[in-house]
Write a protein that binds this ligand. Structure first.
Ligand code: FE2
Length: 202
């Protein structure tokens, strides 16, 4: 889990412009910066009861959850078609790579980078944490990242509609199970899914 002695070195207001200055414009090219996931997490934070300022801070940090993709070889990261087992092992490293860089600047963004592929039912990575062992920030990014990935067109898949994405998240499909998500956050998503649609379409 995060090395808090180092991770508490927070730079006030750390966000995209500082990340671009530190890590370069490639952030945008490889999907290492995702403002839509940031907006979705900001929306979820407000629904959860956060004030506007705190929700905005969490949203900004969430935009950087995939920063570690910068250190994944491009032939794996941008490969068309499915990855083999070795390539998946390399790809899964992005959670730890992002954490290792961000922890020197923003404790919250580092926590999100490390935990955004953990699942509530313990089937995620890198640490197979379960339930509230997964930080709230990681549980929020997990749900919003899956919604964004379903809605977005990628080199290997078509975009789907909001209604189809809601159906998959709440009912599951061959890859996604509702048990992967924090049930309280899933309930907020089910009740307020139109706000997620509006955030994605902004
Ligand atoms: Fe990721």
């Amino acid at each position: 889990m995060p090395d808090t002695a180092i991770a508490e070195l927070d730079v006030p207001g750390f966000g995209m412009s500082q990340a671009v200055a530190l890590f370069g414009e490639d952030l945008h090219k490889v999907g290492a910066y995702n403002f839509k996931v940031g907006d979705l997490v900001g929306t979820l934070c407000r629904l959860y009861g956060f004030g506007w300022e705190e929700a905005e801070r969490w949203g900004e940090a969430a935009s950087l959850h995939d920063l570690g993709k910068l250190w994944i070889p491009r032939d794996v990261l941008l490969k068309r078609g499915s990855l083999d087992e070795d390539e998946w092992r390399i790809m899964r490293g992005h959670a730890v790579f992002g954490y290792a860089r961000l922890r020197h600047f923003c404790r919250l963004a580092a926590e999100m980078a490390l935990s955004h592929h953990e699942n509530f039912d313990g089937t995620g990575y890198p640490h197979a944490l379960a339930g509230e062992e997964v930080p709230l920030s990681g549980r929020m990014v997990r749900l919003c990242d899956v919604y964004d990935a379903l809605r977005a067109a990628r080199s290997y898949k078509m975009a789907i509609t909001h209604e189809e994405a809601v159906e998959i998240i709440l009912q599951g499909d061959e890859r996604i199970r509702p048990e992967m998500f924090d049930p309280e956050l899933l309930c907020l998503f089910a009740l307020h899914h139109r706000e997620f649609e509006a955030a994605f379409d902004r």
